[in-house]
Design a protein around this ligand. Sequence first.
Ligand code: PLP
Length: 397
Amino acid sequence: MRLDPRLRAALTAADRDVIIYDLAGIAAQYAALLRQLPGVSVRFAMKAGPVDEVLTTLAEAGAGFDAASPNEIAQALRTGAPASRIHYGNTIKSDRQIAEAHALGVRDFATDNLADVAAIAANAPGARVFCRLATSGEGALWGLSRKFGCSARDAVRVLDGARRAGLVPAGLSVHVGSQQMQAEGWQSAFDTLADVLTELRRRGIAVDHVNLGGGLPALGCLDKHGRPLDPPLEKIFTVIREGQQRLREAAGTPLDFLIEPGRHLVAEHGAIRAEVLRLTDREQLGGERDHWLYLSCGKFNGLYEMDELQYPLVFPGHPAGELVPAVVAGPTCDSDDAFWHRDGQGLVPVPAGLASGDPVWVLGCGAYATSYLTQGFNGFTPLPYRCLPVTGTAEEA
Ligand SMILES: *Cc1c(COP(=O)(O)O)cnc(C)c1O
């Protein structure tokens, strides 16, 4: 994986564990996305990078936010983003959370059921709602199916119910699944969206926008076997551009489009400086001998997604030399705190000469790492962070 020279320099300079975000990289990624999808408004999914400096960088570039709780809304407002560029994208919310969001100025709410619509009508009167359609999640590393979204038939009921309750039936949304690896995942979402828009038009319900959700893949990551994930990004963007035109025709109105990328904007632009705790080998019960590499960070300190991903590792003190295949694991007393491994699969070639205290750089972990920091699991301190500003030198968090 490509390592930005400024990120490399900051990793080299770090002498303690830290997660480093490259704000210039994030800004450039945002600009590249706008070039691919002209006219589409970006609402960054905050959970992928709830770091003030990251959010401010995006807000200053014109992005808005997909927030999932009143606290996220408050954080988004602190970046200077106007409430009109923030929506409540979580279909799961209590009466009180809806009222708090409304009091903070948010007027757009995701929904997928009539109980939630009634609660929005009571606690955010006159608000705009968009209904999330279920997707299969097929082709994605994390499908997000079943917990979110309703059927096409139910979506028509939900938006009709919203209209009757005095709300504005404003739009539709989907999420094709996180790290969606297939353009077909988008294609089938557009098929469903077109069907629902056609039916809404027949009923005289005119929505003004479609929210294409998250799912745009991160680049530069490895699957759990250590193979490069190589998403067909160009093809995905082509499907999205063509899909917009198709949906405008189905709706018969000039629809606006939003998109809520999370990992795509930040994954490549964050890295962790951690340490080797120990490289060991042990005979297992079956008589085979495994190498294990224990690092100072793991599943409960930033690398939660190690169930499906391998993070590229760099051992800066060991540019060459003998390698041994090892299971890479975090420091906690929990056996899930390890890269996926089974029957000799999922092993990572690591320098045989690694010693306790050697630095290790964990790349491609700018997405979700901060959200997945546990509070002192086994007494390990949550990783601090720092940001490399868009220009100049690093500022300490
Ligand atoms: C998490 C989430 C996203 C972002 O997902 P990515 O796969 O990281 O792009 C977008 N929208 C909603 C509603 C989410 O919950």
